[in-house]
Design a protein around this ligand. Structure first.
Ligand SMILES: [Fe+2]
Length: 212
């Protein structure tokens, strides 16, 4: 599904008027708690947007020509400063974590992938100020190759490293599409400046039926 040899499937630009709406949000998270993802994500059904941010997400996706009609939409914002990074991970239906926070995720190998994976992840770079570091990084290693997909230990880190990575240095208004529910990805440490971005994923409407 990748374009050529790149793990960045597609690239685009966000319209300035949408970017300005997204920059009005007041919930950029300095230190997101990944053990309680419901505290930092926003979910809505595209048939029922409830605020201007939801509506702007839909306008953006319509412009992009992305068919979200069968999914719920999740989006969240990141605001990163020097010293911050984001560890390697794969995006998964966050309801998974709520079943058992200590779960290593061995059962995921038997899961219906459509229920636990987003078909695509969209990253939108809203505002980059004097940024050094903070590149988006994606590995060719997938979480379905991992014996304990929900657990990032030294062995997993080594396998991610050995698989090779692709680095993407973002620019303002950049939009990238990648398989965030398949390939490990992360944010390299920031050494200078600030980095505001948002991400969008798409989950099945019936996500509560996941059977662990
Ligand atoms: Fe992610």
């Amino acid at each position: 599904m990748s374009r050529g040899d790149s793990l960045i499937i597609s690239k685009s630009k966000i319209k300035p008027e949408y970017r300005e709406v997204f920059l009005t949000v007041n919930h950029f998270h300095e230190e997101p708690n990944y053990w309680d993802l419901s505290s930092l994500t926003n979910w809505f059904d595209p048939s029922n947007p409830t605020n201007q941010i939801d509506e702007t997400v839909l306008k953006f996706l319509d412009d992009e020509g992305y068919d979200y009609s069968k999914n719920q939409i999740e989006y969240w914002f990141q605001h990163m400063h020097p010293g911050r990074e984001l560890a390697p991970h794969c995006d998964y239906n966050h309801k998974i974590r709520e079943f058992n926070p200590d779960d290593g995720g061995e059962w995921i190998h038997q899961a219906n992938k459509d229920e636990v994976m987003s078909p695509i992840t969209i990253a939108i770079f809203l505002e980059l100020t004097d940024l050094e570091g903070g590149e988006f990084a994606i590995s060719r290693h997938t979480w379905f190759d991992e014996p304990r997909p929900l657990w990032l230990d030294d062995d997993t880190r080594a396998r991610i490293h050995d698989a090779g990575k692709e680095l993407y240095k973002p620019a303002d208004d950049d939009v990238i599409y990648f398989e965030g529910s398949k390939y490990y990805h992360w944010i390299e440490p920031l050494t200078k400046g600030e980095r505001k971005s948002m991400n969008v994923n798409f989950w099945p409407r019936d996500y509560f039926i996941i059977n662990t």
